[in-house]
Structures are given as C-alpha cells and as structure tokens.
Design a protein around this ligand. Sequence first.
Ligand code: ATP
Ligand code: MG
Length: 311
Amino acid sequence: MTISAVAQLEPLPLQHLRRGKVREVYIIDDDRLLLVATDRVSAFDVVMHEAIPYKGAVLTQITAWWLRQLEKDVHHHMISADADEIVAAVPSLAAHRATLAGRAMLCKRTNVFPVECVIRGYLSGSAWKEYRSSGTLAGESLAPDLRESERFDPPLFSPATKAETGHDENITLARTAEIVGPQIAAELERLSRLVYTRGRDIAAERGIIIADTKFEFGRDGEDRITLIDEVLTPDSSRFWPAEHYQPGRSQPSFDKQPLRDYLDGERKAGRWNGEAPPPVLPEHVVKATSARYLDAFRRITGSELNLTELS
Ligand SMILES: Nc1ncnc2c1ncn2[C@@H]1O[C@H](COP(=O)(O)OP(=O)(O)OP(=O)(O)O)[C@@H](O)[C@H]1O
Ligand SMILES: [Mg+2]
C-alpha cells in the first residue's frame, strides 16, 4: 500500500485562522473551528521537509479518544473527529472528505485563556535545565538532589505564557492568578491535575510514561471552562517507553527517537548545523517514525488506527 503523507493541505473553502508547526486552524463560524493535523513533524524545533504517514490522524484520533474517556470529568471542545459527521455538519467540505479523514476535528470555538497549563510528572526538559542551574522551577524552590527524569509525586503544575515567537516562558502560580484571576487559575490547576493523572495512569499500564504535557483551556459560549486543543498526544507531551525508564539521565522519546537519532548523527558528522533547513530524511527514518506514532495510538487506545479509511 502506498501512503501519501501530507505536509501541505490542499486549499479548503474555509477562512484560515492560523498555521502551526503541525496543525492548520480554520474558522467555520462564530461558534466552531476546524483543526486539521497535517503529517508534518518537528524535531529540535525545526520542521522537517518530509511528512510522516498517519501522524496527523494519530494526533487527532488520540485526542478524540482521550476526550471520550474524559467526558465525565471535564467539558471539552470536540464536536466530531469523524470525517462523515464533519462533512454532514459542514457540507462545503464534501469534496475534501479524503483530505480530512482521520486528521480533522470539528470543535466548539472558545475564548482561549492565555496560559499554557503545563503539568509535569517527571523532571525533564526546560524544567530540568532550570532546576540544574538554580534548584528552582519558575523561580520556586524544589527539593534538593533531584535527578534528571525523576518522578514527581504529586505532579507539578507549572504554567507558561503563550509566546507568539520563540519559547514559552514559565510563570509562577501568582502570575497565573494575575493573568486569569485566582478562581480560574485554581480551576485550571485542578483540571490539569485531574486530566494528567488520568492520562498518566492509563498510559503507564500500557507501557508509555507521559512525563509531562501541556493543556489549553478556553471559555465556551455558555461560559464553561473547556478543555481545547490537542490532548495528551505525543506532540503536546513527552512520551517515554516505560521499559527503558531510568532516572539520572535523559530518556529516549517514544515517538521521535528514530528521527532524533538520525538528526544527531547528521549533526555529529558536521552535515547539519541544527537549524532550518533540516537535512533530507531517508525513507527508513520516515517509516520508523510513522511506526512509532501508530504504536503509540495502538498502545494507548488498545485498538488499531483505521487505516483503510485514510489511504
Ligand atoms: N476550541 C478552541 N477554541 C479556540 N482556539 C483553539 C481551540 N482549540 C485550539 N485552539 C487554538 O488553536 C491553535 C492551534 O495552533 P498551534 O499553533 O498550537 O498549532 P500546532 O500545530 O500545535 O503548532 P505548535 O507546534 O507551534 O504548537 C492554538 O493557538 C490553540 O489555542
Ligand atoms: Mg500547539
């Protein structure tokens, strides 16, 4: 079976709102958005030329799966992640059903709270960097002598501001309360902890450590705090293979390790300087990465991604 991975979506008859590294956001009307995950992949903050077969569908359908699990715990933005239902709701998309299959989510449009709700179950990434240099996270002290990748119990809520360019900036809980108000800040923390803990426990039973993740919330038309964006996907989270977990060092990435290893090799060989444009990826790297994403879907949801629909 030949699969065409999609880096660039065909034009859709909708108003385009924004292009992310991976996703395209379209406006349907005042109340609804269409989020479409392409198969683009980034590593070390650089978007690759090649697209990864099935990656967009994996991201969208993992989010959809989690949102269905979380229905009782939190209001969420999903209306549908099924292409037939989306086309029925938005008939102008009928000619684009194949493009949207698996990768599109019709969502309630919300007013987004300008805070990235980062929650960390393990000490890694930018948190490890700050801790190593100053013993703190977002300026607040942590226990001494923590090792890299050490598990936190309870998890740490460490919000950040959404930066338009460059890296998001970690902010204190006090600063979060100033931005959204103390009651909303407390609710965002409660919901982030609840959703992360659910996700971490389910994934752990299935061999994946969700080391940390980022949630976004918005206020819907009925004034309810609503979980939006992508949820507990490999792109919004650090997924680690549980069988290789060992504190005291950085961990391999469940999904992107074949890609990272290749890029590291190119860097060490002096063929890539770590910035855009990235090197051309050999097919075996693209295939191995695609297989990792499909495996993440399979392990988390317990079923196969419906591939026949997507090719
Ligand atoms: N229900 C919603 N209502 C309003 N905005 C939403 C909703 N769901 C998601 N969004 C917004 O859609 C945007 C998705 O674009 P984003 O730039 O994050 O794409 P991305 O491909 O994830 O890129 P990056 O990798 O750079 O984060 C975000 O700004 C997010 O706040
Ligand atoms: Mg994003």
